[in-house]
Write a protein that binds this ligand. Structure first.
Ligand SMILES: [Zn+2]
Length: 122
């Protein structure tokens, strides 16, 4: 249930950006490795937004893939993981395999966030 503070922060930001206008849609980026569950965000959002200009807004989630950056050659690798598959085993395999340059110095550089990317106001 860790989504509640994230949902509250997202709602606060959306309300600030909309300047008090009615919000009809909120677009969000959710990293595949962020541990944010869109369905939980939806539930908290319905509850937290009640009585605010964001009440009834549609939430649109965009999934952001996990990316790994090689700290030696700076190459960025994108992990293709099916939507319902767990991230950790695929990540473990990729980290174990290492970079195409032969080094095993990859770090997770993307897919960790939960960000508001756009709003539609009435
Ligand atoms: Zn490399």
């Amino acid at each position: 249930m860790h989504e509640e503070p994230y949902t509250q922060a997202m709602l606060d930001l959306a309300l600030k950006k909309s300047g008090g206008k009615k919000i009809s849609e909120i677009r969000l980026e959710v990293g595949r490795f962020s541990a944010i569950v869109p369905a939980s965000v939806e539930v908290f959002f319905r509850h937290l937004s009640a009585g605010t200009p964001a009440q009834g807004a549609r939430l649109v989630f965009h999934s952001v893939p996990v990316t790994l950056t090689c700290t030696v050659c700076q190459k960025v690798l994108t992990l293709e993981i099916p939507p319902d598959a767990p991230v950790r085993p695929a990540l473990g395999t990729a980290l174990g395999r290492g970079c195409t340059c032969g080094e095993k110095k990859l770090k997770v550089s993307g897919g960790l966030g939960f960000d508001l990317i756009g709003l539609t106001v009435a």
